[in-house]
Design a protein around this ligand. Structure first.
Ligand code: UDP
Ligand code: UDP
Length: 476
């Protein structure tokens, strides 16, 4: 038996189970990993983290550095990726390319983990790497393998069912509505648009990962029962896919103060929020991977100005933070920053979004509906105005709507239907809607209810608390 294949006898004699994490690229993937890692680090678990270097984005580099500095007991296993010819995939976005590069180097993980983490109890990996890492963990290392899914349970149900849908439709890509059994019918237009391309890297990865994930020993997911009841019941009861692995809903996961890069220095967003009245500020941010077009940015600025509300706006003009060299003044146009001085703060910098959403001054979140953002808004009871950009965001918007804590502008698009052209939502419409949802008492009550449910879920005896302990009990 190889050292890594030995039953868990504890890491270096500490008696604690040893978990080996294999995260993927992109802050939306890395953050839930580090939140889970830091949660279990304080629950008697030893931890090693496989770290592919250099990271794709500056934000990831800083995040890893913060994690290892704050938790010196967590061991880093450096993972040197094999050379990867990205030129073969023209027009593919940088995070998909990194996922492919990680996948193509995944066979190196067996010997690497065996040598660096002898006596490991289990491997926990990201869904984007599932079809490559699950066989390495189970067949080679003889270890249980769990997937930490970084989107919601409704998206997980869609992913798990997608191969069955393809077989039924005799297709190799998305061709119509997807009726996820026991969960919901997802119209063609709500499903990730990228899956319409049979030849795309993402489509191929998505399908093989969807098939393999059924072989995982368990799925950890940053959600909670009250947020996605149908999807969790459907997955756990075998309605979505018979025999699906156990699903542990352990959210909402929160950052520990040591890993959150919070700053309340003078002039920072948090310091500025401190000067504003309760529930008066609209927070506007569309995630790490969405570069808005110049025309749309100008309309958003007009809308925020017209809304009459206070606002904090994180503007991103490139997908990769390292490439974002544009000057805000040029992006926003002459005079805007001057006109809104005192009532709007605009930044291109990374903000500690969790700290922003936790702040009592924030009354609305205009968001792209990425899962990280949605779980944070739910946890802190911030009403949402959802403007989904791409990928799984429209599926997630259905969760916001059914959860009653936000409004989804279904006709607001970032792209013309059936074309790659950008469409533009007018400033007038954005301004009207922001004002309207800011004053919507039913949505505010829905958000407050969701915050209470989230707090109950993670409190002792709550559904996520119990799921977390069931998962930990499986390791020993
Ligand atoms: N985030 C942040 N500061 C930023 C931008 C993003 O803290 O300036 C965090 C945010 O809180 C969330 C994650 O990055 O946890 C983004 O994940 P999400 O799923 O919302 O969107 P993605 O970027 O993956 O599309
Ligand atoms: N995803 C997946 N299987 C894959 C690749 C991605 O399930 O092979 C998930 C991923 O976790 C995300 C969703 O599909 O939740 C949509 O991907 P997107 O590119 O929007 O990822 P994001 O950058 O928003 O996390």
């Amino acid at each position: 038996m190889s050292p890594a294949a030995m039953p868990s006898s504890g890491n270096q004699g500490s008696g604690a189970p040893l978990l080996v994490f294999v995260p993927s690229a992109g802050m939306g993937h890395l953050l839930p990993f580090t939140r889970f890692i830091t949660a279990v680090a304080t629950m008697g678990v030893d931890i090693s983290v496989v770290t592919a270097l250099p990271t794709v984005s500056q934000a990831e580099a800083e995040h890893f550095a913060g994690l290892f500095a704050a938790f010196p007991a967590i061991r880093r296993i450096d993972f040197n990726l094999l050379p990867f010819d990205a030129a073969a995939f023209a027009d593919t976005e940088p995070f998909f390319l990194r996922w492919e590069s990680l996948r193509r180097s995944a066979h190196l993980l067996g010997p690497l983990i065996a040598a660096a983490a002898p006596g490991a109890s289990a491997v926990i990996t990201d869904v984007t790497l599932a079809s490559e890492v699950i066989p390495v963990a189970k067949n080679e290392l003889k270890l249980p393998c769990h997937v930490l899914f970084t989107s919601g349970a409704t998206v997980l149900a869609f992913l798990a069912y997608f191969p069955v849908y393809l077989d039924g439709a005799n297709a190799d890509h998305l061709v119509g509505d997807v009726d996820v059994p026991g969960v919901r019918r997802l119209p063609f237009d709500h499903c990730p648009r990228v899956l319409r391309n049979p030849d795309g890297l993402f489509t191929k990865q998505f399908i093989v990962n969807g098939r393999e994930i059924a072989k995982a020993d368990g799925i950890l997911i940053n959600t909670f029962d009250a947020l996605e009841p149908e999807a969790l019941i459907g997955l756990r009861g075998g309605k979505v896919v018979p025999g699906f692995p156990p699903v542990f809903a352990v959210g909402p996961l929160k950052s520990t103060p040591t890993t959150a890069r919070s700053s309340d220095k003078a002039g920072s967003p948090i310091a500025w929020l401190g000067e504003q009245p309760a529930r008066s500020v609209v927070y506007v941010a569309f995630g790490n991977c969405n570069a808005a077009a110049q025309k749309q940015i100008r309309e958003i600025s007009a809308g925020l100005e017209a809304s009459g509300c206070l606002f904090l706006w994180v503007v991103k003009t490139t997908i990769l933070d390292r490439e974002d060299t544009a000057e805000l003044r040029d992006v926003l146009g002459d005079g805007f920053l001057g006109r809104v001085q005192g009532r709007g703060l605009v930044t291109k910098e990374w903000v500690d979004q969790e700290a922003v959403l936790k702040h009592p001054a924030v009354g609305l979140f205009l968001s792209h509906a990425g899962w990280g953002s949605v779980t944070e808004a739910a946890a802190y009871g911030v009403p949402m105005l959802a403007w989904p950009t791409l990928g799984d965001h429209k599926i997630i918007a259905t969760v916001i709507r059914s959860g009653g804590f936000g409004v989804w502008m279904e006709h607001w698009s970032w792209q013309e239907e059936d074309s790659e052209e950008r469409s533009v939502v007018s400033g007038a419409e954005i301004g009207e809607k922001v004002k309207e949802v800011m004053g919507d008492e039913a949505i505010a009550a829905g958000a407050a209810r969701m915050r209470e449910e989230a707090a109950k879920a993670v409190a002792p005896g709550g559904s996520s608390y119990r799921s977390m302990h069931e998962f930990l009990a499986m390791l020993s």
